[in-house]
Structure formats: C-alpha cells, structure tokens
Design a protein. Structure first.
Length: 185
C-alpha cells in the first residue's frame, strides 16, 4: 500500500500484481493481501497453489505418504499448523474431483483460479503427467455449491476486526468482501 501511495504521490508507474503464497491449505492471504489487491485493482499471481503437493490428493489421513515424498516429514514448507484440518481440507477436493472425474489437484487449482483478484497460478509439476493434469484445471468449472464446500472446509477463523465487520456491516460490504468472508456470514 505504501508503494502504491508513493507511486500515486509522485506520478510514477504503479505495480500491477503481487506474487503471494495462497492455497486451500493456507488462506491467510485473505486477511489483508487479497482485500488490498481487490481494493487497488491489482492482480494476484499465486505460487505453490497446491501447497507443495499437499493438495494433490497423495497425502491422506491414515495412509502412508508416497515413497520419496518429503511433505509431512522433514520438509516444513508450507507450514502445517493443524494436520487434521489439512486432511479434512484434502478430502474435499478429492471428493469433488471424483464427481467430475478429475484429480484433486485440478479442483484445488480451479478453486484458486476463481478467487477474487487471482489472475494466474504458478505450478511446479515434476513430471509431464503432473503438468498435463494441472493445466486441465483451466477448463474445470466448479459449481457454487462446490466452491462453498471448499470455502467452508478451508476457512480460517476471522480475526478482529473482520469478525466484527462480518456481524455488523454486511449491508455495507462489497460483493468481493462478501465472497472473501464466505462461510463466516
């Protein structure tokens, strides 16, 4: 916001996008980064939209992680603060993907591509098959109910002042704000 203010004050070109970590596994960008992007007309370029593979569907509750995988072992990025919530979150795109005949990764990517201000995602496929699968997410259209299900399972608790705004200012919030507050309303 300061950089945008300096740009405006000195008639300098403003930046047009922010590159951030954002995924179903970690939606904390919705506290400030996404609302700022919406407010300022910035695009959002998301890195690691599959949370380092955590949302690919290969990491499941009560199942052995694939051989050679690093997630949920010694690799700590992105951080997982609540492993049970992660597994709950992973199950939703798996189920929705099964309904569409697509992978959980495609569902997680399609979800991100439909979020406010998100203009693109950076994918990090390790194989041609992963790349091909990930690219198919651009064609997947999730229903409103599917998006709501993903919103609900991955929702973060509202911090102050957001919980107060959700309770008292609903009639004054923009449609983008209402979308971001989703299940909290």
């Amino acid at each position: 916001m300061k950089a945008l203010g300096v740009s405006a004050q000195h008639a300098l070109p403003r930046f047009v996008s922010q590159q951030i970590y954002y995924s179903l596994q970690a939606r904390d960008a919705e506290y400030e980064l996404i609302p700022a992007a919406v407010d300022q007309g910035l695009g959002v370029l998301v890195w690691s939209p599959l949370a380092g593979g955590l949302l690919s569907g290969k990491y499941r509750r009560d199942r052995q992680a694939p051989a050679g995988s690093r997630q949920l072992t010694d690799w700590k990025e992105p951080p997982v603060y609540d492993q049970e919530k992660l597994y709950d979150t992973v199950e939703a795109p798996i189920a929705i993907g099964d309904d569409h005949g697509v992978s959980a990764a495609q569902v997680a990517l399609a979800y991100m591509l439909g979020r406010p201000a998100v203009t693109s995602v950076i994918i990090g496929a390790r194989t041609t098959e992963q790349l091909t699968d990930n690219l198919r997410a651009a064609d997947l259209v999730l229903t409103t109910e599917e998006r709501q299900r993903l919103d609900a399972v991955s929702a973060l608790p509202l911090l102050n002042p957001y919980w107060h705004q959700a309770k008292t200012a609903r009639d004054r919030l923009s449609s983008a704000d209402l979308t971001l507050l989703g299940p909290h309303l």
